[in-house]
Design a protein around this ligand. Structure first.
Ligand code: ADP
Ligand code: ASP
Ligand code: MG
Length: 408
């Protein structure tokens, strides 16, 4: 008998009918002789609606209270799913993240899982029960409820699979796998049968929201067999796994766009040692997640420093930067929200040249201006105007022939 962790996302549990469909699937898995731990997200758009509600009473709500609010979404789901299973005669019990033994760090609204004590889950599995755990939450060091950042139920599922040494972690969603690009943006996007952990990690952190990047990190670190598949049909999904040499034949596995970044430019900074260190030390201290950094050519001993941060980190970044301006002798700062980061990813880039050229050439032929560039061994990212994001994704998908099934 194997142990499966199954995660069902928001659109898979959007209403009572969806809940019943999920319950049916869990029931069938159980009837096939598997032990099952289920992780569920909040129903439909619940999390978005709760965020909107909070903004109606406060422009920048307190993070701890935000977590108290957001965690309720998943709690509704676990109880409703338990009831739907009971109605089918399946013994099931629901748990919050803290009840399931999940502990986190102190960073409310984007906490990291620090540990899992799965004893209570195990005891219930041993009694033959299906255990349903609320995704996206755990208990902080001060014993407050903390949430794991948008899309965090994926991470709950993979972390539980690792802690329980489950045979497989299945992420059920509203698409039938991981595609070469967001299938809602690129009509010709192709479903992948498999993808390497590192490629999935890059795509997830660069905007492909089908998996939260921390979930992929956990899967890679603890060697969790991870599968992404549809909760609406029975088709096989995409397996995320350790890289094998054949994967290198494909130069670019996928393309992603991240429209949730902001660009910050600190103007006219004295070009001398220690200034950048001061700026980025301060940003690290407020836990602002700096990504791309560009320092302009120095003119008359002064330069501009630009960097990107997730849009959610902008308020704290703003506060930190504005407090620094006088001390570092900068002329001012400006913020630009109308940007997008578009990236191509593939382990095959390690062994193929000319990829950057083809990417930049494609964008230029389509009159898309590049404002910032960053590269790693297996990805190239560019910052462009947000209005061009979807077009950039489409033309790059086309240029790298991602719709074509690669030859073996
Ligand atoms: P869930 O609610 O199940 O967690 P999400 O909305 O978080 O689902 O993630 C699924 C969505 O991710 C899909 O509907 C799709 O639009 C989007 N997506 C973005 N990039 C990709 C990709 N490369 N492959 C598949 N889906 C993608
Ligand atoms: N409900 C949370 C969100 O909408 C977590 C998740 O769905 O994974 O981000
Ligand atoms: Mg998700």
């Amino acid at each position: 008998m194997s142990l499966l962790v199954q995660k069902y996302g928001g659109s898979s549990v959007a209403d009572a009918e969806c809940m019943k469909r999920v319950a049916r699937r869990v029931h069938d898995t159980r009837m096939n002789g598997h032990s099952v731990v289920v992780v569920v997200s909040a129903m439909g758009k619940t999390t978005d609606n709760l965020i909107a509600l909070s903004r109606e009473v406060h422009a920048q709500p307190n993070d701890r209270e935000m977590d108290m609010l957001l965690a309720t979404g998943e709690q509704i789901s676990v109880a409703i799913l338990a009831m739907a299973l009971h109605a089918m005669g399946v013994d099931a019990v629901s748990m919050t993240g803290p009840q399931a033994g999940i502990t986190t760090d102190e960073f409310h609204t984007k906490a990291k899982i620090m540990g899992i004590k799965p004893d209570r889950i195990r005891q219930n599995l041993d009694k033959g029960r299906v255990v349903i755990v609320a995704g996206f939450q755990g208990l902080s060091p001060t014993e407050d409820i903390a949430t794991l950042g948008r899309g965090g139920s994926d991470t709950t599922a993979v972390a539980l699979a690792a802690a329980l040494k489950a045979d497989r972690c299945q992420i059920f969603t509203d698409v039938d796998g991981v595609y070469t690009a967001d299938p809602r943006v690129v009509e010709k996007a192709r479903k992948l049968d498999e993808i390497a952990y590192d490629e999935m990690l890059e795509l997830a952190s660069l905007g492909a929201k089908v998996l939260q990047s921390r979930a992929v990190e956990f899967a890679k670190k603890y060697d969790v067999e991870l599968e992404v598949l549809s909760s609406f049909d029975e088709k096989p999904g995409t397996v995320v796994r350790e890289e094998v040499t054949e994967m290198e034949h494909i130069v670019v596995r996928g393309v992603a766009a991240d429209r949730n970044q902001s660009k910050v430019t600190i103007q006219h900074v004295p070009d001398k040692p220690g200034v950048a260190a001061m700026v980025f030390r301060e940003l690290a201290a407020v836990n602002s997640n700096v990504d791309m950094i560009v320092q302009n050519v120095s003119e008359k001993g002064h330069t501009d420093i630009s960097f990107t941060v997730p849009r959610d980190d902008l308020p704290r970044t703003q506060k930190a930067v504005e407090g620094l301006l006088e001390g570092i002798g900068a002329a001012g700062v400006n913020y630009d929200d109308d940007i997008a980061k578009v990236s191509i990813v593939g382990v095959g880039m390690r062994s193929h040249s000319g990829v950057a050229h083809r990417m930049f050439d494609t964008l230029s032929r389509n009159q898309i201006n590049i404002e910032m560039i960053s590269t790693s061994e297996i990805k190239i990212s560019v910052v462009i105007r947000e209005e061009h994001a979807e077009e950039a994704v489409r033309v790059l998908h086309e240029a790298f022939e991602m719709d074509q099934v690669p030859e073996a």
